[in-house]
Design a protein around this ligand. Structure first.
Ligand code: PEP
Ligand code: MN
Length: 320
């Protein structure tokens, strides 16, 4: 299935961008000082385009730090004024959305715990109707492509065109080294359904630990994703949320220096023709493999019929 939605590329609303979109900033805004100190450091590197800061924090269990609330929007406004960075935050209901619009927040995003609920997404979409807001949609907690797509469609249906999907990993039933395991297959599926939908990666919530941020980010670039959202805090050891996954601005820049950005296409004729030759060899091998598999399946069928005709069980344990 291919969905032809009219979605604008990132470069249409961020004209100066010639690199992947990089969003960085603290998981949560904690004080005006922490917000500004982090922003001042991040703004020193021209690769950062958008400053993120969580104001309303959807915590899995009550009793944890749930964000500073509306006052944080004022701090974002100060960050924007002082650094020139665009600013972004998560919204999770109609009231958040109204307040974020009123404060002129450049980018809002729907968090993973909200994308799972069509009612919540619709409530947010209804407030956004008639605006030209940039809206990003994180994947839902489970690898459910229609649910992720559904959220994007609801926003598109009210006229939002500056849309971006964010892959932040999925909840796993088994232990994995990541906090939320990445499903690159799901991302490729989404991309093939909606080729014009920009998709960025949030390696922070995938990793859960700062040590894995580099490898997850590189994987995202290897697959040609359009950018990254990385959590960065002036002093992660004191962070009130997600302290193990946040990088200092200096550590973030070191990760960026190591990353190799890849492009979907290059302007190089030799490369193109070599690639074409290798691809056609793969294609003919695939055809041979399929023919062999078909021949093998035919024999399996014959064996099955032969056993049936001779009243022999399907399973012979010695052969198994
Ligand atoms: C966040 O971005 O801080 C956040 C809560 O993310 P997610 O919705 O991906 O859990
Ligand atoms: Mn976080």
């Amino acid at each position: 299935m291919k969905l032809e939605l009219d979605i604008q590329p990132i470069s249409s609303w961020l004209p100066n961008i010639n690199n992947p979109l990089l969003i960085a900033g603290p998981c949560s805004l904690e004080s005006e000082e922490q917000a500004l100190q982090t922003a001042r450091e991040l703004a020193k590197d021209k690769r950062v385009f958008v400053y993120r800061g969580g104001v309303w924090k959807p915590r899995t269990r009550p009793g944890c730090f749930e964000g500073v609330g509306s006052i944080g929007l004022e701090w974002l406004k100060t960050v924007k004024k002082e650094t020139g960075l665009l600013v972004g935050t998560e919204v999770a209901n109609a009231q958040h959305t109204e307040e974020a619009l009123k404060a002129g927040i450049d980018v809002i995003w729907v968090g993973a715990r909200s994308t799972v609920s069509p009612f919540v997404v619709q409530e947010i979409a209804d407030v956004l109707k008639g605006t030209d807001q940039v809206v990003m949609v994180k994947n839902p907690l489970s690898p459910d492509v229609p649910l992720w797509l559904g959220a994007i469609e609801r926003l598109h249906a009210v006229g939002i065109r500056k849309l971006v999907a964010i892959h932040r990993g999925f909840t796993s039933f088994s232990e994995t080294k990541y906090r939320n395991y990445p499903s690159w297959k799901t991302v490729v599926e989404l991309k093939s359904m909606m080729p014009n939908l920009p998709i960025i990666c949030d390696p922070s919530h995938i990793s859960g630990k700062r040590d894995y941020i580099y490898e997850v980010s590189q994987r995202a670039f290897d697959l040609g994703l359009d950018g990254l959202m990385i959590e960065s805090h002036i002093d992660p050891s004191c962070a009130l949320s997600d302290k193990d996954q946040q990088l200092t601005p200096a550590d973030l820049f070191a990760v960026l220096d190591k990353l190799v950005i890849r492009y979907a296409r290059v302007d190089n004729k030799t490369f193109e023709s070599d690639l074409e030759k290798l691809r056609s060899r793969i294609d003919s091998l695939d055809t041979e493999l399929l023919e062999l598999l078909a021949a093998r399946m035919e024999i399996v069928k014959q064996i099955g019929n032969y056993k049936k005709a001779n009243k022999v069980t399907a399973l012979q344990i010695d052969r198994w």
